[in-house]
Design a protein around this ligand. Structure first.
Ligand code: NAD
Ligand code: TDX
Length: 339
């Protein structure tokens, strides 16, 4: 099987490529990635020499370029990870989110239609459901929960999600969609909560917690997400949406304190800063459908996953130090300088 993976130089796409080439060494994997600020070729160094892997530096909105890759590779399956993925950046500047997340999704699906109705999987997010109240721990997102977004990021992902369903109904494109909760693990870009707190802790820098740190996220180890996507692509029912999450809800402040403890630092590093605009309170996934239909369950417990993740950041300082020494410094100053 030949599979096109978009956004493979990013966090989840990169982990997926490593997972896939190990699990299915007979498959050919072609990565399309524009290498935005979030894309790191160093993430793909371990597979660059694999004859079953090809990297194409390409924007998923570049119709001509994408069609050319389809013509050359004749893929059986496309998995679309590529996106602008950071909520704070979307609040600062929504335009590129609409372009990549919506137009890019349409371009990838048009290519699938043009080259023989190719199997298409959309990597969506639980953020399309909006948020849940903090005082109702009995409530969870199911696949039937209405789409109700909060940020330009989640709205652009919801737009893409609806387009994917429209291409299935209108053109019969064989699609599936996964809506996953917050991922953590290796190769996570240090603008996101967990890697940012690890990097700042290691550099004895303040740990910026938004608001009171009470917002809740449902954390899943990235490899468990990769396994879920692989299962959905191979065995999922066409036209269906699958929620992916591991019933691991935690308040931000508890995550930050855990990282401080693991790294032997002081809680004095915690700095409460102005809250994110429109900040979603709580995400919590009900994964019953993927469990019952496909037998998926998360395998990595948070207590183990966070230790592995912290160890990875300790062992791969060059990976994240290179990132935070460049353009990222301007971003950090803009986001946190006067917060
Ligand atoms: P990321 O920001 O780490 O990586 C995104 C990748 O896409 C980068 O390599 C970037 O270069 C590439 N990209 C961006 N715009 C592109 C374009 N126009 N053309 C080609 N490539 C482009 O993101 P991530 O955290 O790995 O998220 C991957 C996907 O998973 C996204 O669709 C995101 O919405 C979804 N998701 C993420 C999480 C999470 O916790 N990170 C949870 C649920 C869903
Ligand atoms: O410096 C920070 N301080 C802080 O308190 C940062 C970066 C974040 N936070 C809070 C905001 C959130 O409540 O931590 C929580 C997690 O924030 P992010 O890591 O930015 O993730 P989130 O906004 O939850 O979105 C993530 O999960 C869903 C991904 O970035 C999305 O791509 C995915 O769809």
């Amino acid at each position: 099987m030949t599979i096109i993976v978009t956004g493979g130089a990013g966090f989840i796409g990169g982990n997926f490529i490593h997972y896939h080439l190990k699990k299915h060494p007979e498959d050919r994997v072609v990565c399309i990635d524009k290498l935005t600020y979030a894309g790191n070729l160093s993430t793909l160094v371990p597979v660059m020499d694999n004859p079953n892997f090809r990297f194409c530096k390409l924007d998923i909105c570049d119709r001509e370029g994408v069609f050319k890759v389809f013509e050359e590779e004749k893929p059986d399956t496309v998995i679309n990870f590529a996106a602008e993925s950071h909520v704070d950046r979307s609040i600062d500047n929504p335009g590129i989110f609409l372009q990549t997340n919506i137009i890019g999704t349409a371009t990838m699906m048009d290519s699938c239609r043009a080259f023989g109705n190719i199997r298409y999987h959309q990597v969506s997010t639980d953020e399309v459901y909006g948020d849940l109240p903090l005082d109702r721990p009995d409530l969870f997102f199911t696949e039937e929960t209405p789409i109700h977004t909060s940020s330009p990021y989640s709205s652009s992902k919801a737009g893409a999600d609806l387009l994917v369903q429209a291409y299935h109904r209108t053109y019969g494109l064989p699609v599936t969609i996964s809506r996953c909760s917050n991922n953590y693990g290796p190769y996570h870009f240090p603008e996101k909560l967990i890697p940012l707190m690890i990097a700042n802790c290691l550099n004895d820098k303040p740990l910026p917690v938004y608001g009171e740190g009470k917002n809740v996220r449902d954390w899943l180890y990235v490899e468990d997400h990769c396994k879920a996507i692989d299962l959905i692509v191979r065995k999922g029912r066409i036209g269906e949406v699958y929620n992916v999450g591991g019933h691991n809800e935690m308040a931000n402040i508890d995550i930050v304190k855990l990282i401080i403890k693991e790294l032997g630092k002081s809680e004095d590093l915690i700095t409460y800063v102005t809250d994110r605009k429109g900040h979603d309170l709580r995400y919590a996934i009900d994964p019953t459908k993927i469990h019952q239909e496909l037998g998926w369950l998360p395998e990595t417990k948070f207590a183990d996953g966070i230790k592995k993740t912290i160890q990875w950041y300790l062992d791969h300082r060059e990976w994240w130090e290179e990132i935070i020494s460049g353009e990222y410094q301007h971003y950090y100053e803009k986001m946190y300088g006067n917060r």
